[in-house]
Design a binder for this molecule. Sequence first.
Ligand SMILES: Cc1cc2nc3c(=O)[nH]c(=O)nc-3n(C[C@H](O)[C@H](O)[C@H](O)COP(=O)(O)OP(=O)(O)OC[C@H]3O[C@@H](n4cnc5c(N)ncnc54)[C@H](O)[C@@H]3O)c2cc1C
Length: 246
Amino acid sequence: MDETALPPPRFGVEGRIAALENLSPGVTAVRVAVESGPLIFAPGQYVAMSLPEQPPRDYSLTWRSAPDELEFFVRDHGVGGTSTFIAERLRVRDSIRFDGPFGTMPLALGHEGPLLCIAASTGIGPVTAIAKAAGELAPEREVQLYWGAAKAEDLFLVDDIAAALPLDGRLVLSAEDVEPDNGMIRAGNPVDAVSVYHGVLEGWGAVAAGPPVMVEAAAVLIQSLGLAPENFHADAFFTQKDKQPK
Ligand SMILES: Cc1cc2nc3c(=O)[nH]c(=O)nc-3n(C[C@H](O)[C@H](O)[C@H](O)COP(=O)(O)OP(=O)(O)OC[C@H]3O[C@@H](n4cnc5c(N)ncnc54)[C@H](O)[C@@H]3O)c2cc1C
């Protein structure tokens, strides 16, 4: 698969908020009914969303998205901006517009080897979409998913995520606020967890999504373990501030 196989973006697509669900104290699931024709997208892509009186912001499609109803996991940083608007003021039936889909994470599905999936925070939405699609394309393919959050309470929908993986897929959870001996959830971040479980990643493909600092650490680690750079596809969730020249 190359970039020409990805669906072309559309601009000014209209939608309406179909549902809002608090998944954890800081994360809202936003479901959007697409009103101007179904949106064709590939797993793991994102859209640029425009909400009333808010500047456009990029949000990634979760594995529970369909062409007529899209879903996004949005983390509120509690300091204003679109994410706080979503947490505090957005209502069911509000209208929105968006452009997309964008992003090249689906290119990871073109690689036939085992697949390592790394997510932090809301990066779990697109990363699970890739893991699920990989299992559907080749059920025998080895798929491992490492997901971490700062707080264990932000690890939501764990049973649904496990069910989205291929039958013998591995899900490793981590959080920075748990005791080292916690049985279900490792203490630390997902990149550290990968380094514990893997010595060599030659022949593997990998995807990562979430805060830029995690994606950068993941890129450094997996390449040091022998994963070819062309088999790594990622979306770092850069903020507007990150994108401005320093
Ligand atoms: C390709 C891509 C995909 C993305 N997908 C998602 C997604 O699926 N879910 C999601 O939640 N986000 C995602 N993002 C991030 C999203 O686009 C916004 O940058 C984020 O929601 C913050 O926007 P805002 O308007 O709320 O805050 P801004 O207006 O950008 O900033 C407002 C204030 O919040 C602070 N702030 C912003 N981000 C953070 C942070 N991470 N930690 C601490 N303080 C912060 C800023 O410093 C500023 O003071 C994605 C970004 C990209 C580039």
